[in-house]
Design a binder for this molecule. Sequence first.
Ligand SMILES: [Zn+2]
Length: 234
Amino acid sequence: MSEFLALDVECAASGWGHNDRVPVRMALVNLHGGVLVDKVILPTVPIFDSLEQYTGLRSDEIFETGEPMEEVQEAMQAHLGPHVTLIGQRVQFDADWLELRKGTHYRDVVDLADVFKRWSQKRNHFVHFSLQEAGCALLGQKTPQTHDPATDAKTAMALFVSFVLGSTETSLARTRARLLNGTRRYRSERDRAAHGVQGAGGAPHAVCHSKFNGNTCTCGQRTFDKDTACISVN
Ligand SMILES: [Zn+2]
């Protein structure tokens, strides 16, 4: 019998490009939202920007509280195995960051970005939603100012339990429509919250976050496969 566990990893930036990332924090959450593992990972390279808005940590906190990757992997071992299905937003990346192997540490993954994506006739491509957008539109969550892997893994599991587990194509279609409508509200709230926090144009040294969207990339590094690109809803 399969066991479902939500996994989330947050990375700090090791450079200003969108691919310059190093995992610094992870959490594993069970089907009931209980946190099984919540660890800060000690980086083996210098950190350019701790990306506190995603990691919830400053660089000095990461180096002070981080544990070596091997110890973090050991803490996960007791919970993982070939019976485990990992749940999360683009969770395959997270599994790869932690060097987890399919067939040994997990059986399969359920990528919520994939499950909730909606085909747009008008634009002739899939529209993807972020975990925060889904949490806001489907779970009524408020836009977080900062977040951490435990919070995100709990959100991922709540979305999975409420909208994916035992769902039908009809119920999923309803969920995707609800998500599309709710996302507009989320984006306006997020933009209001972000206003004044950092310049819209970004500082010259601003870290690029556009791994999934070549249109907004400022670093010139290779973006993720166009077919599964995270394209904004507007
Ligand atoms: Zn970029």
